[in-house]
Every structure is written in C-alpha cells, then in structure tokens.
Write a protein that binds this ligand. Structure first.
Ligand code: NAD
Length: 325
C-alpha cells in the first residue's frame, strides 16, 4: 500500500517510518497541509493520511475518488474536519477512536492546575529572580465541584482524575453511562454548580458553541473552564466578553475555533491577523496551548499503530472497525 501523508511534522516520522516498514507500506511524507491546492499530490496513492486541521470537503472527496484513492486515514479521534457524508461509498474514512484518553485528560488537569496556581507566571518570575508571589494566589480543588461535559473515553479519565483530587464530580451527557461512578445532572445544573468545568464532547451541530453568552451567564462567578476538545465548542467572542467582565477564575484552551493554519506552525515572525486570539493571549488568567493534549509517547505510538492497522484492514478486506459511517 502507498500512503500520502500530509501535515507531516518530525515527530510523526519517528513513529510512522519504522512501523510502516514492518507493514511493507510506502509512505510519502508531505509537510504541506491537505487542501484543495495539495489534494493532487495524492495521485497514484492508495490512501491519504491527515491530521485534525486538514479539512476535507465534498469536492476534495470527489477528486480523491476520481484519482483512485481508497481511504482517508485520520490520525485523530475527532472527524468533524471531514465531510463524511460526501465520502460515503467513495472513500473509506478511518479514524483512531481511542489512543490514550489519559493523555488528554492529564493535560486538561495540567492546564487547570496551571491557570489556578499560576505556575506559568511563577516560572517566569523566578527565572528573573523576582521571588514576589503577589497576584499568584490560587484556590484549593479539594471538595470543590468539578463539572464534566461529555463522559466518553476522555471524560471518564477526567472523572477519575477529579475523584483523585477528592472533588465532587457532576457530569452532563445526553447519553449517560449508568456504569460510571458519577452524578449526572442537566447542563444548566452543571453550569450553575461547577467550580471547575472541563469539556470532553465532540464538535457536532448540537455542541457547536455549547459555551456561549447564555451558558456563560449561568456559570458561577470565578469558575474555571478548560477546553481540550474542539475549539468550536466555545463562542470565542462570548468568552472574551466573559473574561473582560471578570467572570472566570481562569481559562485553559488547548483548542481554538480558528486554529487552522496557526496551531502546529511557528508564526513567531508573523503579524498575527486574528484579533480574538491576540486578545485572548493578553489575559493573565488564560493559558493557550497548541492542540497538544494528545502529545505523549504512548499516544503517538498508538496513533501510528492504529492508523496502519486501519490501512491493513482495508487492504485485506477485513472488518473496518474504525470506519466513520
Ligand atoms: P468519545 O466519543 O469517547 O466521547 C464523547 C462523549 O461526548 C460521548 O459520551 C457522547 O455521548 C458525548 N456527547 C455527545 N454529544 C454531547 C452533547 N451535546 N453534550 C455533552 N456530551 C455529548 O470521545 P473521546 O475520545 O472522549 O474524545 C472527546 C473529544 O476530545 C473528541 O471528540 C475530540 O474532539 C477531542 N480530542 C482532543 C484531543 C487533543 O489533543 N486536545 C485529542 C483527542 C480527542
């Protein structure tokens, strides 16, 4: 099998190159993102392998189909960046539904602890021998209320972590899991009671801007919000308004609704055109990271293995357990 691999970073090659050899697959690593301009580079390949900010529309699906590309191998769990309806019957869309839920949940907790205890600011201060701790006061997590929106694989890992901190955990999910040791409540109740809120639902038409002007107004004053799921879950303008009104104790964003073209790239020499992102970076209680919740050794190994297993299943007409219907 020949695979055209888009949005390649050095850390992708480390895992994929040796593993692909074991499968006998040839991978063409391309640094460019997958787009309407680059789709033609996939000519002559059996499959295209893409990441979270490679958007695939119906026209690109048709082009792939005409070129004989059989599969889109997603190096991600989320698939909101692919027009899966257009792909049906033309190109098989295969994802990696679970690689390390703990990687993302642990990162969400790291963000929460950072914005709460200002370790990011303390690090800068002590490096300059400013040992003053004014303005760095946090709040205990012990016995506080944690709210989890979406109790799938990552949400469950998050609940275990919150329990470890002896927090009282509330959850909201339209499909509650009765096996979980957690109290399900309505979205409104969760928003009104949570001191610390973590988002773990996928981006769908239902969840788009689930955090908006109205839902922010229901939240407790001083609440902490962490989003490691998808940027589109939060209405950025409403979040900025809330931050300006001092609604939040702290906010951690690993994802951002306009992250495409910015996240994963070094833009340090460029004039940033995105005013909302620029504004967000100015708040002392906001921590932004570049969609890296997944980024652990275990997760990268698992993504490479599962992606190549998906290719193997397709090539050998086996059951496609990770097919996005
Ligand atoms: P999952 O499919 O196991 O769980 C998603 C849960 O969300 C399900 O329980 C589902 O019922 C629930 N849900 C659906 N609609 C909802 C709604 N309207 N309100 C509340 N809950 C709703 O997915 P997962 O593996 O736990 O991943 C969750 C998300 O995390 C992914 O969709 C992806 O966007 C994101 N993610 C981010 C990173 C990162 O690096 N930051 C890495 C992996 C995944």
């Amino acid at each position: 099998m020949r695979i055209a691999f888009f949005s390649t970073k050095p850390y992708d090659r480390i895992w994929f190159e040796p593993m692909a050899k074991d499968y006998g697959y040839e991978i063409y690593f391309i640094e460019l993102p997958f787009s309407e301009e680059t789709v033609f580079l996939a000519k002559g390949y059996d499959a295209v392998c893409i990441f979270v900010n490679d958007h695939v529309n119906a026209q690109m699906i048709d082009t792939l189909h005409e070129m004989g590309v059989k599969a889109l191998l997603l190096r991600s769990a989320g698939y909101n960046h692919v027009d899966t309806r257009a792909a049906k019957g033309k190109v098989a869309v295969l994802r990696v539904p679970s690689y390390s839920p703990e990687a993302v949940a642990e990162f969400a907790m790291a963000m929460l602890l950072t914005v709460n205890r200002f370790t990011h600011k303390a690090y800068g201060r002590t490096r300059e021998f400013n040992m003053n701790i004014n303005g760095l006061m946090g709040t205990d997590l012990y016995h506080k209320v944690a709210g989890v929106i979406g109790t799938g694989k990552i949400g469950q890992a998050m609940i275990r972590i919150f329990h470890g901190f002896r927090m009282n955990v509330l959850a909201y999910d339209p499909y509650p899991n009765s096996n979980l040791d957690v109290q399900y409540v309505s979205l409104e109740e969760l928003l009104s009671k949570a001191d610390f809120l973590s988002l773990h639902c996928p981006l769908t038409p239902d969840t788009h801007h689930i955090i908006n002007e109205k839902t922010i107004s229901i939240m407790k004053d001083g609440a902490y919000l962490v989003n490691t799921s998808r940027g589109g879950l939060i209405d950025t303008q409403a979040l900025i308004n809330g931050l300006l009104a001092k609604k939040f104790g702290g906010v951690g964003l690993d994802v951002y609704e306009e992250e495409e073209g910015l996240f994963y790239e070094d833009c340090s020499d460029e004039i940033i055109q995105d005013d909302n992102l620029a504004r967000l970076t100015t708040f002392p209680n906001v921590l932004i990271t570049s969609h890296m919740g997944f980024f652990t050794v275990e997760a990268m190994q698992s993504i490479a293995h599962e992606t190549l297993e998906n290719a193997y299943a397709l090539e050998n007409n086996l059951t496609l357990k990770n097919l996005v219907e």
